[in-house]
Write a protein that binds this ligand. Structure first.
Ligand SMILES: [Zn+2]
Length: 345
């Protein structure tokens, strides 16, 4: 098969479009999927650069997001059959620990995510456990079905499971343009929230308004905490979605109403910002940390797509062989929504 493989950690020149062995069924519960599309996530860049500290066998195939058609199934597989169109839940645990037994594989200490320790979706075929295959919501293309899993499961857990978003609440989403921020905007709007977004560019703020944002704040021109307070009649918002961290962290806390919740799933601007704890206890704030989510949460996301007309925001589609150009676009933070790799028609 054709695949984009990493031969060593480093720049985009380490991504090689080349021939690789097609994965085979190993366990009776395995499925081999012929991929039609894959999508990029920031974690792909970290994995490419070797910044996660994980030992990875080279050559390695990146990619946690994918969608395609089931090509082959193991003898014990009952939930899918060859020819089924599927999207992929990205996480697998040991299957034995307290977390795995409660369908919380994503908290397993032996967590394996597609494209991290195991080969991912930048390829014509991928091997996954059958229980990670879910039907594609009707009406979504393969590109869209590849674009939503990681970011929507992350956002679902943050906003719905953890922060328990209530219709009519006010939500602030930082750094609109990235995949998680875009998904947070979409889910919050579908849930009937009032949504304020921030960005460093007027262009992205304008695009966010097309996708339903009620207000946009250019954080390079004004203090987003003060601006948020002004927009909410000094009250503050109920929820802040912060996958940025860094210097903005204290502003996220300052933008919250009393009893507000902040959800964090990333720290692209810095992982060790100072925190004014007085603000946390005086204002009765809650801080939720989150990565990925469970299969049950993924099922809820799939249902949500089935029962709304929501479609993931696609920024640009590159052919698989141009994965390096796709990485460069993400690295320059030029995208608005998901960057997708087209693998096969
Ligand atoms: Zn486990």
């Amino acid at each position: 098969m054709k695949a984009v493989r990493l031969h060593g950690h480093g720049g985009v020149d380490q991504l090689h479009y080349e021939e690789a062995d097609t994965p085979k069924i190993v366990s009776p519960t395995d499925v081999v999927v012929a991929l039609k599309a894959a999508a990029l996530n920031h974690i792909d860049l970290w994995n490419r650069k070797g910044l996660t500290g994980m030992q990875v066998e080279m050559p390695h195939i990146l990619g946690g997001d994918g969608a395609g058609v089931v090509a082959e199934v193991g003898a014990a597989v009952a939930n899918v059959k060859p020819g089924d169109a599927v999207c992929l839940y990205p996480a697998t645990g040991c299957g034995k620990c307290e977390f795995c037994l409660a369908d919380n594989d994503f908290m397993c200490i032996h967590l394996r995510v597609l494209g991290e320790r195991i080969n991912g979706t930048y390829a014509e075929y991928v091997r996954v456990p059958a229980q990670n295959c879910f039907p594609i919501p009707p009406g979504l293309s393969f590109e869209e079905a590849a674009a939503f899993p990681l970011v929507f499961i992350t956002v679902w857990r943050m906003l719905i499971t953890n922060a328990r978003l209530i219709p009519g609440e006010q939500v602030l989403v930082l750094g609109i343009g990235g995949g998680v921020a875009g998904a947070a905007l979409q889910v919050a709007k579908q849930m009937g929230a009032h949504v304020i977004v921030t960005s460093s560019t007027e262009e992205k703020l304008a695009l966010a308004k097309n996708w339903g944002a009620d207000h946009g704040i250019n954080y390079t021109k004004s203090d987003f905490a003060k601006e948020t307070r002004a927009l909410t009649k000094k009250r503050g918002v109920d929820i802040v979605v912060d996958c940025v961290g860094g210097e903005g962290w204290n502003k996220s806390l300052a933008a919250l109403a009393k009893g507000g919740r902040v959800v964090t799933c990333g720290a692209t601007a810095g992982a060790n910002p100072p925190t004014d704890l007085r603000r946390v206890f005086w204002n009765n704030l809650s801080i939720f940390g989150s990565t990925l989510g469970s299969r049950e949460e993924f099922r809820q996301v799939v249902n949500f797509f089935c029962n709304t007309n929501m479609r993931p925001i696609i920024d640009q589609v590159f052919p698989l062989k141009d994965a390096a150009a796709a990485h460069e676009r993400m690295e320059r933070a030029e995208q608005f929504g998901k960057i997708v790799l087209h693998i096969a028609d």
